[in-house]
Ligand binder design. Structure first.
Ligand code: UGA
Length: 431
């Protein structure tokens, strides 16, 4: 089937490449000419495992193309996915202006029946707004449907998630739209849930918020465990082995980051409040997340006493492993605080250094090698659980440091083992 995707950001590009992989002819549209030229030259603007190879393979097979011509994009395909950004405004509301713009463009170029599908994460009732916008700008009586098909892929494992989803949610308002969307997903072996548009929109926000809630729950427990001389990893395992709860997303740490959870939880609170419900549970989820970063910083301060002039090495800049994405990464808050307190910051990350350099320039020092980054450091702070840190030779690391202090925000190591090697070791919620 011919499919058009508007927006070549993270979701748009991964979705386009994966639709091509399962046999569709996918055209990805973006109004940013330089982005489209780079994609046509095979350059991917961010790091995602396997994506570059998949895009090249699909372009070579002729099933994935890129263009700035939105009219062509609208006219060639019966199904058009909107995958443009919905960034947060300062008040926490989702900015839907790009969605509106795309809806207008689609309306102006429509030649025959289309299903216009929201793929971006949007607040409930956006579907109605998209329908209203298309209605207003369409020039003749062309039938169309709006649908919501939220995306559940995670950065770092996006292709796997897109090709093997736990479920596919189709929020539709006609049989015609449902049958076209079923055809899109027919090659995938995954349960399909058909709902109305509002339910599909809420399922996306509710899923992300629930996962964020699990993390904040584990983080709140981590503080109680520490006060009670218990161990959060043991507690999370004991709780998570109950199949009704599940072990996933109960890992305590420095708090969640990324382009989704912080933004989506805020946006969900905002739309709930607009509808007349104060979502205090989720407001607290966000508050616990912010507090967890301060709790981590107190550990660094406690370990160093005087932070000024001390060298702190950060292991892990991206908000999670296997990505170079720095959006809402804990590293940004931690580094800002360290610099404000007069520390010298050394940074290591397998992928995110170029992105970090754009933000911090020479305010911090960057290293390709973790042992060099820790040379003469007063403290190593672990913020992202990249595999390379779990594999470190800790004796070699300790020997390179000025003082062997490690503050581990991801509970990567066994405390007994690290302390046995001579480190002063602080982690999250453990004895
Ligand atoms: C998240 C959701 O998991 C996806 O299902 C969703 O499609 C996506 O948002 C989106 O809305 O686009 P993502 O933000 O890429 O995906 O990454 P996650 O793996 O969910 O991690 C989010 C944050 O939670 C990271 O900072 C991670 O370190 C943290 N986390 C995760 C924990 O602190 N503890 C855990 O147990 C799990």
């Amino acid at each position: 089937m011919n499919i058009t995707i508007v927006g070549t950001g993270y979701v748009g590009l991964v979705t386009g490449a994966c639709f091509a992989k399962i046999g569709h002819n996918c055209l990805c549209i973006d109004n940013d000419q330089s982005k489209i030229s780079s994609l046509q030259a095979g350059e991917i603007p961010f790091y995602e495992p396997g994506l570059s190879e998949l895009v090249t393979e699909m372009c070579t097979a002729g099933r994935l193309t890129f263009s700035t011509d939105s009219a062509e994009g609208v006219q060639r395909s019966p199904v058009i996915f909107i995958a443009v950004g919905t960034p947060a405004t300062p008040s926490g509301k989702a900015d839907l202006s790009y969605i509106e713009q795309v809806a207008r463009t689609i309306a102006q170029s429509m030649n025959e029946y289309k299903v216009v599908v929201e793929k971006s994460t949007v607040p409930v009732q956006t579907g109605e707004r998209v329908r209203m916008t298309i209605d207003r700008h369409i020039s003749s009586e062309i039938p169309f449907d709006v649908a919501s098909n939220p995306e559940f892929l995670r950065e770092g494992s996006a292709i796997e998630d897109a090709l093997h989803p736990d479920r596919i949610v189709l929020g539709v308002e006609s049989e015609r739209a449902e049958s076209l969307l079923r055809e899109v997903y027919a090659p995938l072996d995954a349960p399909i849930l058909v709902t109305n548009i509002g339910s599909a929109e809420i399922i996306k926000h509710a899923s992300n918020s629930f996962l964020a809630m699990k993390i904040s729950y584990a983080n709140a427990l981590s503080q109680i465990c520490e006060l009670a001389n218990a161990d959060i990893d043991e507690v999370a395992r004991g709780v998570g082995l109950d199949r009704r709860i599940g072990e996933n997303f109960l890992r305590a740490g420095v708090g969640y980051g990324g382009s989704c959870f912080p933004k989506d939880v805020d946006a969900f609170c905002d739309i709930a409040s607009e509808l007349g419900y104060e979502f205090r549970l989720l407001q607290e989820v966000q508050a616990i997340n912010r507090e967890q970063r301060r709790y981590f910083l107190r550990k660094i301060e406690d370990a160093l006493w005087i932070v000024k002039e001390k060298t702190v090495t950060i292991f892990g800049l991206s908000f999670k492993p296997n990505t170079d994405d720095l959006r809402q990464a804990p590293s940004l808050d931690v580094i800002e605080w360290l610099l404000e307190h007069g520390a010298k910051v050394h940074a290591h990350d397998p992928k995110a250094i170029p992105a970090m350099r754009k933000l911090y320039g020479d305010r911090i020092r960057y290293f390709e090698d973790p042992y060099e980054a820790a040379q003469d450091a007063d403290c190593v702070a672990i913020l992202t659980e990249w595999q390379i840190y779990g594999d470190l030779d800790l004796t070699r690391l300790k020997d390179s440091m000025k003082q062997a202090v490690m503050v581990d925000g991801r509970n990567l190591f066994d405390p007994q083992e690290v302390i046995g090697l001579g480190f002063e070791y602080k982690s999250i919620g453990r004895r």
